[in-house]
Design a protein around this ligand. Structure first.
Ligand SMILES: O=C(O)CCC(=O)C(=O)O
Ligand SMILES: [Fe+2]
Length: 217
């Protein structure tokens, strides 16, 4: 079948994207990448107010561990509340979100043959005093999870005394290393789901985010 004109142009006109190239080289080099201002202040505002609206409507569930048939709510492991996002029912905020994610996914598939065919994302709220103990994102028995992505949605700049760091445990030259990342608004952290253990340190003020996974078939 002959592709329509816009598809054809898309295939011919490939422009290198410096940000995506940086993410790719970070992932190859250290298995994670941190992008500040992946979403700008207006986009964060829109996403945060949408999250809060849904949170106030009481749509969120206590997050569980395990997969859907093997779900346990373990408060000693994680204390966040989540709401899965259905892309087919995306509103204006989720459209902003998925437009950016889909553009990154298309680039990864095109330049690195990553074969990302599925995505799953949820909003998350960590109320005061909650955390998520050290884990690997594939303990949900889902080997298709390739990349984990977290995007932070708090409104003011996050202060160190708020806690809630994402701690990533990694190896550098054979030595254990912990990378502590504060959940600054608009920041996105991407890492290899099957490779890097990580945890969310206890939070002192509510911590808002979208977490998701890019999956192979
Ligand atoms: O919110 C974060 O920084 C990480 C969340 C996480 O590890 C998860 O939901 O699996
Ligand atoms: Fe995780």
């Amino acid at each position: 079948m002959i592709a329509n004109a816009s598809e054809l142009f898309e295939q011919l006109e490939f422009t290198e994207n410096p940000l995506y190239e940086r993410i790719i080289s970070d992932l190859l080099e250290k298995k994670y990448s941190v992008v500040d201002d992946f979403f700008n202040a207006d986009e964060v505002d829109l996403l945060r107010s949408t999250l809060l609206e849904k949170y106030e409507e009481d749509n969120f569930k206590k997050a569980a561990i395990g997969n859907r048939t093997n779900e346990v709510i373990a408060k000693s492991v994680r204390g966040d509340f989540i709401l899965w996002i259905n892309e087919a029912e995306a509103g204006p905020a989720e459209n902003v979100y998925f437009n950016k994610i889909n553009s990154l996914v298309a680039y990864l598939n095109r330049t690195c043959f990553m074969g990302i065919l599925h995505k799953e994302f949820h909003y998350a709220v960590y109320p005061e005093g909650t955390f998520y103990k050290k884990h690997l994102d594939t303990f949900q028995n889902d080997g298709r999870r390739k990349l984990s992505m977290v995007c932070y949605l708090n409104n003011e700049d996050w202060k160190p005394e708020n806690g809630g760091e994402l701690a990533i445990y990694t190896q550098e030259n054979g030595e254990e290393k912990t990378i502590n990342l504060y959940p600054f608004p608009g920041r996105v952290v991407i890492f290899e789901s099957q490779e890097l253990e990580h945890e969310v340190k206890p939070v002192k003020v509510p911590r808002l985010s979208i977490t998701g996974w890019l999956k192979t078939r």
